[in-house]
Design a binder for this molecule. Structure first.
Ligand SMILES: Cc1cc2nc3c(=O)[nH]c(=O)nc-3n(C[C@H](O)[C@H](O)[C@H](O)COP(=O)(O)OP(=O)(O)OC[C@H]3O[C@@H](n4cnc5c(N)ncnc54)[C@H](O)[C@@H]3O)c2cc1C
Ligand code: SF4
Length: 922
């Protein structure tokens, strides 16, 4: 299909989308950005340390432009700690050189400002506009279907962020599908709060100057639930803003499902940790939210290009979670790379085919440091979600030793060191395995042998000159962290520890400098530099002294017979100072009366609902799903869709129970908690959409594309007839979707599915009629319709009804419109949509029953009902009575006829009516 204009359509006004938009608009290439939020950033809930090196490129904002952005603080310190809750220990590096272009930002403010810059350069940013599907002709993407109409463009950039709805629905995923045919990528869930502090407190507590920021990542020791180890494997982050702190947790979604700790309790646990007391004392929570992060890394990267479409940003899974979290760097890079690619193709007058995008865009991404980093960490996601030692015994060992070094007397120190020995000796197999796996997943062991050999001369030299300070980098300073409850008495650090710090600090400073440096050095090389920074500063003494301390402690520990401290926290007894409902009230909602969530109630063979085991009841951070036992063995589920904070975890956690639609009008705003009013910053809400989409496909404008085909009468009749039915069923489907409640019974699901199947059948019949006509134009239409059905059918079969609803809209606004333009056919109008829910149900059913009843539909309905032999017999009797009596049906009290009887039954149960109608037709 020929294209109508040269516009670039970008889905998502986040880091990747806006970088691309600014860069394209600056070159005079017309670009439309579709942003579902009320304004760009309104729903963006990341940390965040924003890595701005790509924004600083001259093609985007430039260094001067970047300086005008509303950042919170410039990062000058970053570090890594481990914590058991009582104590947090670790180190950070302070350096201006390492953190080039790293800023803390509040995303609602920063993203909005970035969008304003894009607008100033001429990009069209349509807010409150959700992309529902790609408009395609076969494998070629022609544009985007939005909830406000279709938009056509030469190329589409999918930069929709982590949840990657469209990447999934449009078949970009490369992960192997499971038994039911669906691919399920791995995700992490991020939960975050913002806490304000009085002016000057950030500077005092973090020892930073005005405008300078510190960021800490903390590996958290797993706690217990019901006395058992809770394998959460969570990391925390703490970033300083101007007058607030962003504090959050990130854990694999699968682990959160398994453990089932309520989100609020997790946050309250984190906030209440004695180890963080000194930093958080008096801080006031003002904002709360959660979001998904794609976690599968390299192994689950989707396809990045197809004809007319490229994928970028977090939707591509390119980002680093550990050891130096960075997602915005790769996202902005991909935005920039996409714009470069399009500019080159436009300059060469070349189409944005898959090959062209592979060559100009994907190859750039592949050659980048960001992809190399993701590749070198390809085994890390699996290690994080499975490791128990890394979030358990190893944390115990480090924190107990650190704790002992700074508090208590000699006995306590020995007990602590003994627990380290215990951890080392008694769990040595697990530890060695974990260290080996973890280290190789981080790329620490690659080339380690050669480094060890080359370090030996240094160990001898350092042994000889060991009393001289082991010098480090001028521009990097190591800051050790021993954080603990403020009221615990602390001893001055023993001389041995001070000596160790003196010996190790320069090496640690250099190692951390390499880890965090944001100057394009690849992670694989950073790991090598880090290793050498530490190894080359050791001396032979260190190898003798360290084991001696271990042996001594073990001996004394055995003699004293004191058991090691249990450092786990019981998560089930954490007190929640602020309850979750109060936190949810901080978010501004714009709800739609219609639901954007469908809970699919399941039933076992006895007719009892089988939903109690669903992880939804605890995976949702907004209490949207509520399940109660009804006393009869069933779970009664209610869905409070208005509470949804759009983290998109539920349908990723349990897509068998839940269908979640970006399609509905529910919107929200994470308040930006600055003096600027979020609503004032909202502007031009989708005003340009009509202009952008109109003019692309009106019959007049597109006259040169129309090759009107004279249709033979038989084909014409078959097509009109088929399309009439397709339209009726599609309309019934959409009417039902609008009116059904959030919890869909098995009967409702069957009815929707049956209506959808009828649409698919009808489309296939129309496609067949068209292909029987000898016209190239019509065969291509027939092909397009068949391909549409092939894409839509899995959505229906997996009961992703929101996706299917979008498919129907795509059929209506694109495929049928195209057919009308090509054939000049006046396509049949479907009957008007019903007014209320009861009507829509009946009209839908009548429309359905008026058509042929296919056996498999009846069978499906019967299977959903699973009637007993007795019920089936009654049904047959009712059908027989109705048949005998013709159109009057005295057998059914209150019924005036066969149709009315079916309608009555439909009120009770749509599938029952289908089965009854099937018996009548038999
Ligand atoms: C708790 C948390 C902490 C994080 N901390 C950091 C950090 O400190 N540093 C860092 O680098 N990264 C961090 N990240 C990750 C980072 O936020 C993202 O990876 C990054 O924003 C990705 O940029 P993007 O442009 O791909 O997507 P986003 O910035 O997420 O932008 C996507 C945009 O698309 C819109 N959208 C989505 N679907 C549609 C649709 N169908 N139609 C229209 N609009 C749509 C969304 O509303 C959103 O505005 C964090 C994430 C979380 C959850
Ligand atoms: S309903 Fe789903 S998307 Fe909404 S807050 Fe709950 S888990 Fe997140």
């Amino acid at each position: 299909m020929p294209r109508v204009d040269t516009k670039v359509v970008i889905v998502g006004g986040g880091a990747a989308g806006m970088t691309a938009a600014i860069s394209l608009a600056k070159r005079g290439i017309s670009v439309v950005v579709l942003e579902g939020g009320v304004y760009p950033g309104a729903e963006n809930w990341s940390g965040a340390v924003y890595f701005c090196e790509n924004l600083a490129r001259p093609e985007v904002l430039g260094e001067d432009g970047l300086l005008q952005m509303p950042v919170e603080r410039r990062v000058i310190q970053r570090g890594l700690l481990v914590s058991d809750g009582q104590v947090a220990v670790g180190g950070s590096v302070r350096s201006r050189a390492a953190f080039e272009h790293c800023y803390t930002v509040l995303r609602p403010v920063f993203d909005h400002d970035l969008a304003q810059k894009a607008r100033l350069h001429g990009a069209e940013v349509l807010t409150g506009t959700t992309a529902l599907a790609l408009i395609r002709d076969g494998q070629s993407v022609l544009g985007v279907l939005t909830d406000r109409g279709p938009i056509y463009g030469d190329v589409v950039f999918l930069a929709e962020g982590d949840a990657a709805n469209l990447v999934g629905r449009e078949g970009f995923e490369t992960k192997e599908p499971e038994e039911d045919g669906l691919a399920r990528p791995e995700f992490l869930q991020g939960i975050k709060e913002v806490l304000t502090l009085p002016p000057g407190e950030i500077e005092r507590r973090f020892d930073v100057g005005e405008g300078q920021g510190a960021c800490l990542e903390i590996l958290l020791r797993n706690g217990t639930m019901g006395g058992c180890e809770a394998p959460l494997n969570a990391g925390a982050f703490l970033y300083t803003n101007r007058e607030s702190i962003s504090l959050g947790l990130v854990a694999p979604l699968e682990n959160l499902k398994e453990v089932g700790v309520p989100h609020n309790r997790l946050m309250e646990w984190l906030k209440g940790m004695p180890a963080l007391e000194g930093l958080l004392e008096g801080a006031r929570s003002v904002s709360f939210g959660a979001k998904l992060i794609r976690g599968g890394g390299w192994k689950e990267m989707p396809r990045l290009a197809m004809d007319g479409c490229a994928v970028g940003g977090a939707a591509s899974g390119i980002g680093v979670d550990f050891p130096c979290p960075n997602y915005t760097g790769p996202a902005t890079f991909m935005g920039w790379a996409f714009a470069e690619a399009v500019a080159e193709l436009v300059a060469d007058n070349e189409a944005c085919t898959q090959e062209a995008l592979e060559e100009h865009y994907v190859s750039r991404v592949k050659a980048s440091q960001y992809l190399d980093d993701v590749h070198s960490l390809r085994d890390w996601p699996a290690f994080v979600s499975e490791s128990r030692e890394f979030f358990g015994a190893q944390v115990d060992a480090v924190t107990s030793v650190a704790d002992a070094a700074t508090s208590g007397g000699a006995a306590r120190q020995l007990v602590a060191i003994r627990s380290l020995c215990d951890a080392t000796f008694e769990r040595r197999d697990a530890l060695v395995r974990d260290l080996r796996r973890g280290g190789s997943a981080l790329g620490l062991w690659a080339g380690a042998r050669a480094d060890l050999v080359s370090a030996i001369p240094w160990w001898i030299i350092n042994c000889l000159i060991g009393w001289f300070p082991r010098r480090g980098r001028e521009e990097a300073r190591f800051v050790p962290h021993f954080m603990h409850a403020g009221d615990r008495p602390r001893r001055p650090m023993p001389v041995s520890w001070r000596y160790a710090r003196w010996v190790m600090a320069p090496g640690m400073a250099e190692a951390l400098f390499h880890l965090y440096r944001n100057d394009g050095v690849r992670l694989s090389h950073k790991m090598r530099l880090m290793r050498r920074a530490v190894l080359f500063r050791l001396s032979l003494f260190d190898f003798i002294l360290l084991p001696m301390i271990f042996v001594l402690a073990r001996l004394v520990g055995l003699l004293t017979r004191r058991s090691p401290v249990d450092r786990r926290t019981a998560l089930d007894v954490v007190a929640e100072a602020t309850d979750q409902d109060a936190k949810l009230a901080w978010i501004t909602y714009r709800s739609d009366a219609r639901t954007h969530i469908r809970f699919h109630a399941a039933h076992d063979e006895n007719g009892l609902s089988d939903d109690s085991s669903s992880s939804l009841f605890h995976i949702c951070p907004a209490h949207v799903y509520q399940g109660e036992h009804d006393g009869g063995g069933s779970t009664v589920v209610s869905v409070l869709h208005e509470n949804c904070i759009r983290c998109e975890s539920c349908w990723r956690a349990d897509d068998r129970h839940v269908d979640w639609g970006r399609t509905r009008g529910q919107r929200l705003v994470f308040e930006s908690y600055t003096s600027a009013d979020a609503w004032l910053r909202e502007s031009r809400e989708g005003a340009g959409l009509a202009a952008a989409s109109r003019g692309t496909r009106t019959p007049d404008d597109a006259a040169d594309l129309i090759d009107r085909v004279a249709l033979e009468e038989a084909v014409r009749d078959a097509v009109i007839d088929g399309l009439g039915r397709v339209g009726g069923h599609a309309q019934s489907f959409c009417a039902l979707m609008g009116h059904l409640p959030s919890v869909l019974s098995g009967a409702d699901q069957t009815l929707l599915e049956a209506l959808g199947l009828e649409v698919l059948r009808g489309v296939q019949e129309v496609a067949q009629s068209l292909s029987s006509h000898e016209s190239e134009g019509l065969s291509s239409r027939a092909r397009a319709l068949t391909e549409w059905a092939q894409l839509a059918s899995p959505h229906l079969r997996s009961r992703r009804f929101f996706h299917f609803e979008a498919d129907l809209e795509l059929l209506r606004v694109h495929h049928l419109e195209d057919l009308r333009l090509r054939t000049g056919l006046g396509l049949p109008e479907s009957s008007a949509a019903p007014d209320d829910a009861a009507d829509s149900r009946r009209v839908a059913l009548r429309a359905f029953l008026e058509q042929r009843l296919h056996r498999d539909v009846i069978a499906a309905s019967e299977a959903a009902l699973a009637p007993t032999a007795e019920a089936r017999q009654t049904l047959l009797e009712v059908a027989a009575a109705l048949r005998e009596e013709g159109t009057t049906a005295p057998a059914l009290p209150g019924s005036a006829g066969r149709d009315a009887a079916i309608e009555e039954v439909a009120r009770l149960s749509p599938p029952l009516a289908i089965v009854l109608a099937g018996h009548l037709a038999a």
